[in-house]
Design a protein around this ligand. Sequence first.
Ligand code: NAD
Ligand code: SIN
Length: 493
Amino acid sequence: MSEHSQTAPTQPGLYLNGAWQAGLGPHFVSEDPASGAVVFAAHAATPPQVEDAVAAARAAFPAWARMDRAARIAILEAYGRALQSRATALAEAISRDMGKALWESTAEVAAMVGKIAISVRAYDERTGARSEGAAFGRTALDHRPWGVMAVLGPFNFPGHLPNGHIVPALLAGNSVVFKPSELAPSVAVLMVEAFEEAGLPPGVLNVVMGARATGAALLGATGIDGVLFTGSATTGTAIHAMFAGRPEVILALEMGGNNPLIIWDPADPEAAADLIVHSSFITSGQRCSCARRLILPEGRFGDQVLEATLARIERMVLGSWNADPAPFIGPVIHAAQAARVGQFEAALKALGGKSVVEARIGVEGPAFVRPGLIDMTGASEAEDEELFAPFAQIFRVKTFEQAIMRANATRFGLSSGLVSDDPALWQEATLSLRAGLINWNRPTTGASSALPFGGPGLSGDGRPSAYYAADYCAYPVARQEADVAARLSAPGL
Ligand code: NAD
Ligand code: SIN
């Protein structure tokens, strides 16, 4: 911990009914992973305070749900403008907390602003109202909000991903209790500021700060109607188990991946290496969409791609989020995660894996990891798990069919990709890759907000987010209408 450690003032840990209050729970801090400086400090919200937040959201729900939709849209559009006006502060808050380069956080804030218009469009397309005459009377389709949504956010996109639940949830008329990641909580303070400036009524959005215990208190609170979660498969699976037998609580669980990228004889090995680096190592490998498994053909071409990838790893600039010149990647979230890379690599070597390049841990600082690659061809099968770090496994295979089999050999199903000049192989990949996002000659990362984002297997519970968030934020109401005077009749009556 640096000399800055004592300088971050203690912030309130609870935003309740439109006002910040001190949390009464354990003290926690968020540190800039590059320097160790404490950049955020607060006392967590206690379980009774979390109950208060849910009660506030419950009380605010009816008026918000009944508000004219155009008025809700106007508030959310004002929120978007308020985000835009503090774009620099938001991006810096994200980078300071979790370490990614400022150019990345700037793009994250742009996605947050863009979410409003996309959510309005998605709501209209996915849940829009319609009515028509029927043989007997009229029918109409309507959508209603569920009630109080608990939103739990991850650290890697601490603004964009919770925002991707919150905006569609509010648009549909739900109220929200948001627990940001304890590893990157600062952005939530600025989001609240933007909502206040936009005129969001008190109680419609409440924030509870803290770590797992606060999250657990929120999940256990009386009266939540939904859990909108983005995070690891371990946490998501625990949430799924916690709500087993409670169908009245809607869950949308966005979880991790062990994503494959097949590179199959494209003409340009240098371009293929660029795609590998942007798939596997961007954000220090801390995107759910990062490629963890690279599948290449045996032979000279695959060797050339790997050589070009190694050259990029060697010249890659690692550094603090605001370093000049800008780094390609910053540190991972903390030194313990960096150490995990070494443990993971050692475990794969024990299975027979051969390092192509070892991950270099702790050179630029305790949480920095220069990417590593390990060849697992012919090794014993490794655990099918996601290592959230810049490290990838390589598999060399003889045939494209084997490549597809290797790609699908996972319990997850989030992102995947094919790098190839051959449209017939792409056609085959679209039919056979088992994942919610399939990319051709582009990175496995960089999911579009204008498409659904989720996938089969352990990557979620089948309720994708992004464009399809509208689906889990409102339930359909089938209305059948008639005039009393249209008398019923039936045989035997
Ligand atoms: P995490 O699961 O550790 O934490 C996510 C949130 O859940 C945090 O707010 C955390 O405090 C809370 N939490 C953790 N344990 C809890 C518990 N027992 N009860 C209640 N709340 C709890 O995830 P993370 O490390 O912050 O984020 C990285 C993970 O998120 C990766 O696995 C990544 O793949 C995944 N992710 C998925 C998507 C997607 O859209 N599918 C997007 C981004 C990240
Ligand atoms: C993520 O949500 O972790 C990744 C989104 C992306 O693909 O950029």
